[in-house]
Design a protein around this ligand. Structure first.
Ligand code: PNW
Length: 489
């Protein structure tokens, strides 16, 4: 990427943030009226999460939020993205709200604002109230949840509750985090909650998430003041063909449809593309898409959040070449008993992108981020972009004196921030960056084994220690300038 020794100056007002999600940090899983979400059920099911880890305690943010806001203030962050636990504020997923749950988030927001930190609320970061997963509105025998249309309406009602409670003090609102993961890892490959493995359910879930987004935006618009900014966070796949051959480019097209256009089609353009419908025609006729749904999903949005970690490389299916050997992987990039790619398995093989690997075995390649930012600048003209997640897991261990030295993470962040800057110079309207994550936390199917935090957490004592990357990021945030490469290490 940039091999310059000159500092990259970010636009004035650029937000320097960090991100978290409720289930990954809060703990207090049974306090103040909170009921189980699908992630409580899933993590308590033996064999689903590495080491049998759960979010019961997590990093105890529910009790340590003041300390955590102080940490952010000490690091000079100007923005913080967190999610609301649905079952903490509306335990059954329908009906009246629980005031204590709402009070927690109001107090958190007030504390952030008192420290000059702009909150971004994510309404849904994967923790569906278990009661909604257990409901069977259309008589399905497999379960309810996102494959059921009613869940989208329940989400809109919940969005209204949170808007009523926080709308006077929160300006930035995101409906969903990474609906691809909710639909295809939750109901397709089953490596995320609720752990179902049914390609039809996965596609139904994707549609109802699109519908939920649209209904959610409508519910927010009705209640929020005009200054509110409403958007969504997607994890678009920066997917490349292994070779320029027509066959490999067709594999790329298939994954682009299933990873990206299945959401951006409805949300940004009000359509499901014909090739997506054709590729999945043997699985479903998409009869669950009702008249008007696409119009509902296609709401004007005020920003688009891009979450990015690593690119994907695909080719036409060729079993012996692909690195599909290893154990099932939560990212769907390895052999797995159940695929998160309905209809694509006979056609597509995944390959390792070049580049150093993080502790997730995800290759480091900042160009993917620059490419995505420019691609969505073109696809959503006039819609400001935020990088709502970017970061890396490494095997961080406190050294002598308790300090955590993580030069790999500094290099990762430096490379990706340089990519963001290059995208801005090339015309992308990127308004902010939220590092994933503020704190080490519950990394879903990997439990506490993967540390993404800029701040180290000792899980035995809950002691927080900013890693060297946190101090580095604080300097970048304070100056609004990314040091030239020679100054990165
Ligand atoms: C995102 N994949 O998750 C989430 O938004 C965060 O909650 C999470 O901690 C972070 O990225 C790091 O994993 C993903 O398998 C999980 O492709 C899995 C995948 C992508 C994103």
């Amino acid at each position: 990427m940039s091999s310059s020794t000159v500092n990259s100056i970010f636009p004035a007002g650029f937000l320097w943030g960090a991100a978290t999600a409720a289930y990954q940090i809060e703990g207090a899983a049974r306090e103040d009226g909170r009921t189980p979400s699908i992630w409580d059920t899933f993590s308590h099911t033996p064999g689903k999460v590495l080491g049998g880890d759960t979010g019961d305690v997590a990093v105890d943010h529910y009790h340590r939020w003041r300390e955590d806001v102080r940490l952010m203030a000490d690091l000079g962050l100007s923005a913080y993205r967190f999610s609301v636990s649905w079952s903490r504020v509306q335990p059954t997923g329908r009906g009246p709200a629980v005031q204590r749950g709402l009070d927690f988030y109001r107090a958190l927001v007030d504390e952030l604002l008192a420290h000059g930190i702009r909150p971004m609320v994510t309404l849904y970061h994967w923790d569906l109230p278990q009661e909604l997963e257990d409901a069977f509105p259309s008589g399905s025998s497999a379960g309810g949840g996102w494959p059921e249309r009613d869940t989208a309406h329940r989400f809109a009602e919940y969005a209204g509750i949170v808007a009523d409670a926080l709308g006077d003090r929160v300006e930035m609102w995101s409906t969903l985090n990474e609906p691809w993961c909710s639909a295809f890892l939750g109901y397709g490959s089953g490596v995320h909650a609720p752990g179902r493995t049914d390609p039809v359910a996965a596609l139904r879930a994707a549609h109802h998430l699109n519908l939920a987004h649209g209904l959610g935006v409508q519910a927010l618009r009705e209640r929020l003041p005009a200054r509110a900014r409403i958007g969504v966070s997607l994890n678009p796949s920066a997917v490349r063909p292994l070779t320029p051959s027509a066959a490999d480019r067709d594999a790329r097209r298939r994954i682009d449809a299933l990873a990206n256009r299945v959401f951006t089609g409805p949300m940004l353009r009000g359509v499901y593309d014909d090739d997506l419908l054709a590729d999945t025609a043997r699985i479903t006729d998409w009869a669950f898409v009702q008249e008007g749904d696409l119009r509902t999903a296609h709401q004007p949005i005020d920003f688009l959040g891009i979450n990015y970690y690593s690119p994907a490389v695909v080719s036409a299916a060729a079993r012996d070449e692909a690195d599909g050997s290893g154990a099932p992987r939560p990212d769907g990039h390895g052999a797995s008993a159940h695929s998160p790619w309905p209809g694509a398995d006979d056609h597509v093989s995944f390959h390792r992108a070049p580049g150093e690997l993080t502790a997730m075995d995800w290759p480091v390649d900042p160009t993917g981020l620059k490419d995505l930012l420019l691609e969505y600048t073109a696809q959503a003209p006039g819609v400001p972009l935020y990088v709502t997640e970017n970061g890396a897991a490494y095997d961080d261990r406190p050294g002598a004196g308790g300090q955590v030295h993580d030069p790999e993470r500094i290099r990762y962040l430096h490379g990706h921030l340089a990519a963001v800057h290059e995208a801005i110079v090339a015309g992308a309207d990127v308004r902010g960056y939220y590092l994933w994550s503020l704190l080490d936390n519950f990394e879903w199917a990997y439990g506490y084994s993967k540390r993404f935090g800029a701040v180290h957490v000792d899980y035995a004592t809950q002691v927080r220690t900013p890693k060297s990357s946190a101090h580095w990021y604080a300097k970048v945030a304070a100056s609004g300038e990314l040091p030239g490469e020679s100054a990165a290490d």
